[in-house]
Design a protein around this ligand. Structure first.
Ligand SMILES: [Zn+2]
Length: 452
């Protein structure tokens, strides 16, 4: 089998991959509940002759292995959905079930393309008897940014040399850096209840403390490094206005380009929380839930991903798929998609073209992913393929609609082929692997520890 044959072998998997992706899309499971989704992947992999390695402490996570010897290549798959984003596969907003979860980050496509790429590579190893190992990683709980961090802590990535990852998006492009490091923190304020009219002087309001903390955080926002993101949600229980609340919770995410910046901002945010507690004579419990790291850039690996992406063709969209893409774009605020098109020099809202290698300098992945942690322990490449129109963002009903449609599935087929191409090169060209691993060794943060 030559490289072209390995890549084209993905064509014969389309029916099976489409079925799996649709099945996941129709039965979305949010982070921490992905039992059925993980089972669907395990079944296909087992049938294909992979050895399944489960982890008792984390039943929705697993990896499946085929082959012998080095290099050991990890292909990262995810399958969790998002709460409250149920959406029919159509161009207008309408949930399948009101309030139900939906695949608005396209992880039904993400996991399935990873599976397709891994199967193509496995069949190549099987047919040629060549040395090398392919591992498909079933990674749950990405949407709450802890799944892979937990897997690292449990040692599930031991023995891997290189990792291939991708994500559905609106463009075909390769990323060399990106992903904001993130930490999640809960601040729980405790005060004293009192009758809010009869004896307000006896009350110490946890809600006041929480509000003051948020005011302080919003002032802190000005004095942090560029690209820092501070966001929160809060609740103070079910108190009525005539009770001084003795309990309130603030839940914060702090993100920044590097984990060291995040940690320093969290330190300052803790001072804000303590200040708010002092002002209100309440107390605060601070619980750091965990966090995930930024991507360790790897130019050699990104070059390889780009070479594969630009030598493989994405299927063209049908007129029906184009018209659905148009409808999705029309539902956005005026000009959103046009501005994206202008930025990349496109004249349509969805395109199968590949953005130039340096396009990632204009756009960075201003989100976070627990895949960043995988890039801290081994070289990892990241690319995106066009699975929804320009201007549409992940975590929206538009993305959920596209992820269940032919638009998403064509992006998924393309991703599976790119993974097969990259994996083939890694299996064949050990000199290239050495170069990628050497770059990783130079750039990695040797102080990395999984935060969960
Ligand atoms: Zn995602």
């Amino acid at each position: 089998m030559d490289k072209r044959q390995v890549i084209e072998s993905v064509n014969s998997l389309y029916t099976e991959l489409d079925e799996l992706s649709n099945n996941l899309w129709e039965h979305p499971e949010i982070s921490g509940t992905e039992q059925k989704s993980a089972k669907l992947f395990r079944e296909v992999l087992q049938k294909e002759g992979f050895k399944i390695i489960d982890e008792e402490a984390f039943p929705t996570a697993f990896y499946a292995e085929y082959g012998q010897g080095k290099p050991v290549i990890a292909v990262l798959g995810e399958y969790d959905a998002l709460p409250n984003l149920s959406q029919k596969c159509q161009g207008t907003k309408e949930p399948v079930i009101e309030g139900a979860p939906g695949h608005a980050c396209g992880h039904n496509l993400l996991g399935t393309a990873a599976l397709g790429g891994a199967i193509a590579l496995k069949r190549y190893l099987q047919e040629t008897g060549n040395k090398g190992t392919i591992r498909f990683y079933g990674c749950p709980e990405e949407e709450i940014l802890v799944g892979k961090v937990k897997m690292i802590k449990l040692g599930m990535f031991k023995g891997c040399d290189l990792a291939i990852s991708w994500h559905p998006m609106s463009t075909n492009m390769v990323f060399e850096g990106g992903y904001l490091a993130n930490t999640s923190v809960h601040y729980t304020f405790h005060g004293k209840t009192a009758h809010a009219a009869f004896a307000p002087e006896l009350g110490r309001s946890a809600l006041d403390a929480m509000e003051l903390m948020n005011v302080g955080a919003n002032y802190l926002r000005e004095h942090v490094v560029d690209k820092t993101r501070i966001h929160y949600s809060s609740y103070s229980g079910k108190f009525s206005p005539n009770i001084v609340p003795d309990y309130a919770v603030d839940w914060y995410y702090v993100r920044a380009p590097f984990m060291s910046y995040v940690q320093d901002t969290v330190r300052r945010l803790n001072l804000v929380a303590q200040g708010a507690a002092t002002m209100t004579e309440t107390t605060v419990d601070i619980k750091i839930d965990g966090g995930c790291c930024e991507l360790v850039p790897n130019v050699n690996f990104a070059d390889l991903a780009y070479a594969n992406m630009s030598s493989i063709k994405q299927e063209e969209l049908s007129p029906e798929e184009r018209s659905m893409a148009e409808k999705l774009v029309q539902a956005l605020a005026p000009g959103v998609s046009q501005r994206e098109q202008e930025k990349y020099g496109f004249s349509t809202s969805i395109t199968t073209e590949v953005l130039p290698r340096n396009a990632c300098q204009q756009t960075s992945l201003n989100s976070s992913s627990d895949s960043g942690d995988v890039s801290q322990i081994m070289p990892m490449c990241v690319f995106t393929t066009a699975c929804w129109p320009l201007g549409c963002a992940p975590h929206t009903w538009q993305a959920a609609a596209a992820a269940g449609s032919g638009i998403g599935r064509k992006g998924m087929h393309y991703a599976a082929k790119i993974i097969a191409g990259i994996g083939f090169d890694l299996l064949k060209n050990t000199e290239l692997d050495k170069k990628i691993i050497e770059e990783f060794k130079q750039k990695r943060n040797t102080n990395y520890v999984p935060q969960c």
